[in-house]
Every structure is written in structure tokens, then in C-alpha cells.
Write a protein that binds this ligand. Structure first.
Ligand code: FPP
Length: 256
């Protein structure tokens, strides 16, 4: 029997907090378009996901060099379980291998890796790899890299608001626990979505209250460090008022 997401989230005690708070811009990316990228090349969808995983490495590296504080990558939504079993299995294997491979690299680069989302539906081998990667990179203070896996912002909000009042001081902490995150990250500054769609798809709904939204038709596997920098330059040119009248300049991140 499937448990209600909220019960699952709240039954897990994820009270361990990380050593350092992330400093700097938080960029979220909805990595869309792997399937179409593959189809255009006459390849199976899985080939698109593999190419997507390579793009992840490139973009993480570019983000670190650009001095981004937190990068949240939407890798697998709670609704993605509805995909064919073979595709889901291939994605899970890809995540497990990538985590195994990248943890060491992240640790060397002082990047802290965290996976946010439900954990009770994740198979044990991947779960162990997630825990290993989080432990191995826990001391990293240069950038926080968050992979959203089996993630639903809406389910997290539902879990976090019960029974506290939405907007109360406790809410951010409840939300952190609801996505099993170690580090509290309450706002996302910039959300990038590749693949041509212009929607949030249940990603960081609360955190993105004042995020700038950057949509690009480029398919994720083709997204490169230079594309990230272009998005950051676009972000820098935005005027952010947060509901007030005064402009609040965006921090300069990228040399023009
Ligand atoms: C959406 O594109 C993409 C996904 C559901 C999977 C995202 C996964 C990756 C980018 C690989 C990540 C790897 C690591 C290591 C985190 P889609 O398949 O829905 O594309 P489509 O809309 O063109 O079909």
C-alpha cells in the first residue's frame, strides 16, 4: 500500500544539518528535452538521458566556476514514475553510476552534493549511493549541488504545512525536512528550463516566489557552460523589486 507523501516525508528525521550555509546565487534547472534530443538523432530515449548526464557534468563545472552558491537540478519528478518501466530503470541506473563517479570529483572541488525528494521509493542500491555521496561531500563549502529525485514541490508543501501555518517561521525548516534536505535553502533566484516548455512542473514552487524564469528551446544535452553563462548574463540584466518599488541589483557573476 502506498503511503501518503506527507506521512513519508514527515516520518523521516532528517535533522542533520550541513557544516556551512550556501552563500550566493541559487540557480534551479529543469533539464528537459533528453527524449527529443535522442529522437532527432534516431536514438533511444536512454541515449538522450546519457547525453543529459554528460551535460550535467559540464554545467556543474561551469556553475562552480561562475561562483554560483547553490545549483538545484531537477532530475526526476514524482510524476516521472509514470514513464515506462525500462526508462525509469535506466534513469535510476544512470543516477547511481553518476553519483558513484561524481562524488569523488565533487569532494575534490569542494562541492557539497545533496539529493532532495522522497527516499522511500528509491531502490536500496541507489539509496546507499546517495548516502555515500552525501557523506563524502558533506564538508564541501564552495557550492551546494542539489539533485531533485522523486521530487514533488507540491507534495513537499502539503507535508510541510501540516500542521503548521503556511508562512510561519517554522515553515522553511519544515520544508527542508519535507524534502529530506540537510541544508536549508529557502529561495531560488533563477530557474532555467531547457527543451522549449515554459512551465515549472512542480519544481521549487515556494522557493521560486521571486525567481527570474529563463526558458530556452535548447535541448538539455546540448546545453553547455556557455549557455549557463548566457542565462546568468540575462539574469544580471533583470530588475528585481520583490514586490517593492526599488530595484535590487543582481549580483555580478559573469565577466562580460
Ligand atoms: C526530461 O527530459 C528529463 C528527465 C526526466 C531526466 C533528467 C535526467 C538527466 C538530465 C540525466 C541526469 C543525470 C544525472 C546524473 C543527474 P525528457 O526525457 O522528458 O525529454 P523530452 O521532453 O524531450 O521527452
Amino acid at each position: 500500500m502506498q503511503r501518503v507523501a506527507g506521512e513519508v516525508f514527515l516520518s523521516m528525521d532528517f535533522a542533520i544539518q550541513s557544516a556551512c550555509q550556501p552563500d550566493g546565487l541559487h540557480v534551479g534547472i529543469i533539464m528537459d528535452g533528453n527524449g527529443r534530443w535522442a529522437a532527432r538523432r534516431g536514438l533511444p530515449r536512454q541515449a538522450g538521458h546519457r547525453a543529459g548526464a554528460r551535460a550535467v557534468r559540464t554545467v556543474v563545472e561551469a556553475a562552480r566556476r561562475a561562483g554560483i552558491g547553490t545549483l538545484t537540478l531537477y532530475a526526476f519528478s514524482a510524476d516521472n514514475w509514470a514513464r515506462p518501466e525500462a526508462e525509469v530503470a535506466a534513469l535510476m541506473t544512470l543516477f547511481r553510476r553518476a553519483l558513484g563517479k561524481e562524488a569523488e570529483h565533487c569532494a575534490e572541488q569542494h562541492i557539497r552534493l545533496e539529493v532532495i525528494g522522497r527516499r522511500d521509493r528509491i531502490a536500496r542500491p541507489l539509496l546507499l549511493e546517495i548516502e555515500r555521496a552525501e557523506e563524502r561531500t558533506a564538508a564541501g563549502c564552495r557550492m551546494l549541488l542539489r539533485l531533485a529525485v522523486d521530487y514533488s514541490s507540491r507534495a513537499a508543501l502539503e507535508a510541510a504545512t501540516r500542521p503548521v501555518e503556511f508562512g510561519s517561521a517554522e515553515f522553511g525548516e519544515r520544508l527542508r525536512r519535507a524534502v529530506n534536505a540537510r541544508t536549508a535553502v529557502e529561495t531560488v533566484d533563477l530557474v532555467i528550463r531547457t527543451g522549449g516548455e515554459q512551465r515549472l512542473s512542480d519544481f521549487l514552487l515556494w522557493e521560486a516566489a521571486y525567481a527570474e524564469l529563463f526558458f530556452t528551446p535548447r535541448m538539455w544535452p546540448d546545453f553547455e557552460g556557455e549557455d549557463l553563462l548566457a542565462a546568468l548574463r540575462w539574469f544580471e540584466a533583470r530588475t528585481r523589486r520583490f514586490g517593492g518599488l526599488e530595484d535590487r541589483a543582481t549580483a555580478s557573476l559573469v565577466d562580460s
